[in-house]
Write a protein that binds this ligand. Structure first.
Ligand code: PHB
Length: 388
C-alpha cells in the first residue's frame, strides 16, 4: 500500500529539487481506478497487484524511475476522463492504466490517441475497446473469450434451453451475443434473455422470471463485485433447489467474493482466465504473496494489474527506456510471458490479450470455496474480433 504513496511523494520532491532533468529520468504511469463507489473492489485488487509487482521488481527499469500516480475515479467514467486529461496535461504521464469498467476505458480512448499516450486496459472486458485507439493494449480479458467456450460446454452437457441474464451495458451485451450465437449455432436455444440494471441491482424479480421459464441453465454475467448478491438471491428464491444450473463467464464466482458465497454456489461451472486455485508454481507464489500483503484473495482483476505492470516494464526494457506512445505500443505488440493465470501474449494485430481459458467448477478445498479448473483451452484470441 505504501509503495504508491511513496512514489507519488517522491515525484513531488524530485520535481521541486531537480526540475526538468529529474523529470526526464522518470516514467510516469497514471493509474485511474475506482477506489470508491460501485467498482471499488476492482480498484482495490488492481492497486494491490500493482504494488506487489513493484515490490517484487523494484521501481527502476531501463535506467528510468517508475512513478505511479494513483487517481480515484469513484466509479464514474466522466471522472476517469477528467483525471486522464489532467494526468496527460499536468503530470505528463507516459502511460494511462487501469479502467475498472468499459465506459471508463472508452471515454479515455480519444485522449490517448490525441496525446499519443499508451492506454493500458487492466480490467474492462468489452471486445471493441482496443479498436477505439491505436495506443490501447489490454491485459484483462474479453467477455466473448469465455462466453463462447461456456456455450460449447452447455451444448455438450445437455443444457439446451437457456435463460440469459446479463448486466445491461456493453460487456453484458458482448457476453450475451457471443454466448447466444455459439449456442444457437450448435442447436441450443435461448428461451428468454433478461437484462439487469448495472447500478445497485435487485436480482429477485429477474430471478423469478428466469425460474418461471424453467430453463436447463441460467447463463449469467454480472460485473466483478456483484456475484455474492446474485448468488444469495438465487438461493433465496430456491432456484438451486429447483435444479436450475448457473453457468457463465467467471465474473459471477469472483475469487474476491467466493469465500462468502455459501454452499449454494457449489457446482457452479464457469469459463474464465484466472482462478486463485490455478495450479502452477508461479500462481502459488502469487497467491501467497498477495494474500500476505492484503488479507484478501487475488481475483481475476488483479492479474490484469500485475501483468499490466509486467507489460510496461518489459516494453520499457525493449525500447531502452523510451516511453513515447509509438515506441511503447510497438514494443508491447507480440510480447509473450508467463502470468499467474498461465501463458499469455499481446496479439500484434489487435493489441488485445491472447490467453488460456479454463472451465472450472466451484468446489470446497480445505473448507474453502474455489473455482477448480478442469479443462483448458489454449491461446484463445478474442472471438469478438475474429468474427468481424
Ligand atoms: C467491464 O465493464 O468491462 C467489466 C467490468 C467488470 C467485469 C467484466 C467487465 O467483471
Amino acid at each position: 500500500m505504501n509503495y504508491l504513496k511513496i512514489a507519488a511523494a517522491g515525484l513531488l520532491a524530485g520535481t521541486m529539487s531537480f526540475g526538468a532533468a529529474q523529470a526526464q529520468e522518470t516514467v510516469k504511469i497514471g493509474l485511474v481506478i475506482a477506489m470508491t463507489g460501485q467498482q471499488a473492489s476492482t480498484g482495490k485488487q488492481l492497486k494491490a497487484a500493482v504494488e506487489l509487482y513493484m515490490k517484487e521488481h523494484g521501481d527502476m527499469v531501463a535506467g528510468k524511475k517508475i512513478e505511479v500516480i494513483l487517481r480515484d475515479s469513484a466509479s464514474v467514467p466522466d471522472n476517469s476522463k477528467r483525471l486522464a486529461q489532467e494526468l496527460i496535461v499536468n503530470d505528463k504521464v507516459s502511460i494511462l492504466a487501469g479502467f475498472e469498467v468499459t465506459p471508463a476505458a472508452m471515454v479515455v480512448a480519444p485522449l490517448a490517441t490525441e496525446a499519443k499516450v499508451v492506454e493500458l486496459v487492466m480490467a474492462a472486458g468489452t471486445s471493441v475497446i482496443t479498436e477505439r485507439s491505436p495506443y490501447i493494449a489490454r491485459t484483462s480479458f474479453t467477455l466473448p473469450q469465455s462466453s463462447v467456450i461456456i456455450a460449447d460446454y452447455a451444448l455438450k452437457n445437455n443444457m439446451k434451453n437457456i435463460v440469459t441474464m446479463v448486466s445491461d451495458y456493453a460487456p453484458g451485451a458482448d457476453a450475451e451475443k457471443s454466448f447466444t450465437g455459439q449456442l444457437t449455432a450448435g442447436g441450443g436455444k435461448v428461451i428468454e434473455s433478461i437484462k439487469i440494471p448495472l447500478a445497485n441491482p435487485d436480482f429477485a424479480p429477474f430471478l423469478q422470471r428466469a425460474a418461471d421459464a424453467k430453463p436447463d441453465a441460467l447463463f449469467v454475467f454480472v460485473p466483478s463485485g456483484q456475484g455474492a448478491t446474485f448468488m444469495k438471491q438465487f438461493a433465496e428464491r430456491g432456484l438451486d433447489k429447483a435444479g436450475i444450473k448457473v453457468i457463465g463467464p467467471g465474473d459471477v464466482t469472483d475469487d474476491d467474493l467466493l469465500p462468502q458465497m455459501g454452499d449454494a454456489v457449489l457446482g457452479v461451472v464457469t469459463a474464465h482466465m484466472y482462478s486463485a486455485d490455478h495450479n502452477s508454481p508461479m500462481n502459488k507464489k502469487y497467491v501467497e504473496a498477495f494474500t500476505k500483503a492484503n488479507n484478501f484473495r487475488p481475483n481475476f482483476m488483479s492479474v490484469g494489474g500485475y501483468d499490466g505492470m509486467h507489460l510496461i516494464y518489459e516494453a520499457l526494457k525493449k525500447t531502452g527506456g523510451k516511453a513515447d506512445g509509438d515506441s511503447l505500443i510497438a514494443a508491447m505488440k507480440g510480447m509473450k510471458w508467463e502470468s499467474p493465470r498461465g501463458p499469455i501474449s499481446i496479439d500484434p494485430e489487435t493489441r488485445d490479450i491472447i490467453q488460456n481459458i479454463y472451465i472450472r467448477k466451484v468446489e470446497k478445498k480445505n473448507g474453502q470455496l474455489y473455482n477448480v479448473e478442469f479443462q483448458t483451452f489454449n491461446d484463445v484470441k478474442d472471438p469478438g474480433k475474429i468474427k468481424k
